[in-house]
Design a protein around this ligand. Structure first.
Ligand code: PGA
Length: 248
């Protein structure tokens, strides 16, 4: 196994209320979590402070989006400075739902990542191809294009985790097989070595996301270039504990 610390993110998306969030936080607080796994919870912005206060400090808390500047007339947006102010230390950026539903471009996402990093947040930078792109044999081109956009703005990758999430696997129950995921992760490592540096290629953590469950997490976690998961649906359930402990 590599020296990269396994990192599992929960992405609650636009789900939950005070009652259900308190319940999940209790499950996570009481469970025996693998100390070798870093855990981050992507919580709806309005509940971030609530979740932060309920979770142990060993679990990080992430916004699911943030804007590219610190403050100003941007109705409805939140800034990395605000996330930091309420105790969040991470932000998830470039999720395929932000790209597809809210029309976020590669460039805007990269600008958001640049600003979040400059404010001291850690970033889960998402990428991934659609089914159409995969079937057209364009998976590598698409993830390379998305990585290129990030690389134009990100100069220091220390606080970045990349989440490879094939769009066709998100919320569909159709997980990529461990071999399919490993193939893209290995390609991403090669891309990083050729376009950034060998150091970044070997140290940057790459999560897999898309219908990860307690049933498939262990096999995915055995792959050498899979350094964790970004988990949607299953992160709202007690089985998330088993996903966190996939390497235990
Ligand atoms: P899923 O979502 O686990 O429900 O497929 C993953 C994600 O969107 O990050």
């Amino acid at each position: 196994m590599s020296s990269r610390k396994f990192c599992v993110g929960g992405n609650w998306k636009m789900n939950g209320d005070q009652k259900s969030i308190a319940e999940i936080c209790k499950v996570l607080s009481d469970a025996p979590l693998d100390a070798n796994t870093e855990v981050v919870i992507g919580c709806p912005a309005i509940y971030l402070m609530f979740a932060r206060n309920l979770l142990p400090c060993s679990i990080g808390v992430a916004g699911q989006n943030s804007y590219k500047v610190a403050k100003g007339a941007f109705t409805g947006e939140i800034s990395p400075a605000m996330l930091k102010d309420i105790g969040a230390d991470w932000v998830i950026l470039g999720h395929s739902e932000r790209r597809a539903i809210f029309n976020e471009s590669d460039e805007l996402i990269a600008e958001k990542a640049e600003h979040a990093l400059s404010e001291g947040l850690k970033v889960i930078a998402c990428i991934g191809e659609s089914l159409e792109e995969r079937e057209a044999g364009k998976t590598n081109d698409v993830v390379a294009r998305q990585m290129c956009a990030y690389a134009k703005k990100i100069k220091d990758w220390t606080n970045v985790v990349v989440a490879y999430e094939p769009v066709w696997a998100i919320g569909t129950g159709k997980t990529a097989t461990p071999d399919q995921a490993q193939e893209v992760h290995a390609y991403l490592r090669q891309w990083l070595a050729e376009n950034i540096s060998k150091e970044v290629s070997s140290s940057l953590r790459i999560q897999y996301g898309g219908s990860v469950t307690a049933a498939n997490a262990r096999d995915l976690a055995k792959k050498p270039d899979i350094d964790g998961f970004l988990v949607g649906g299953a992160s709202l359930k007690p089985e998330f504990v088993d996903i966190i402990n996939a390497r235990k």
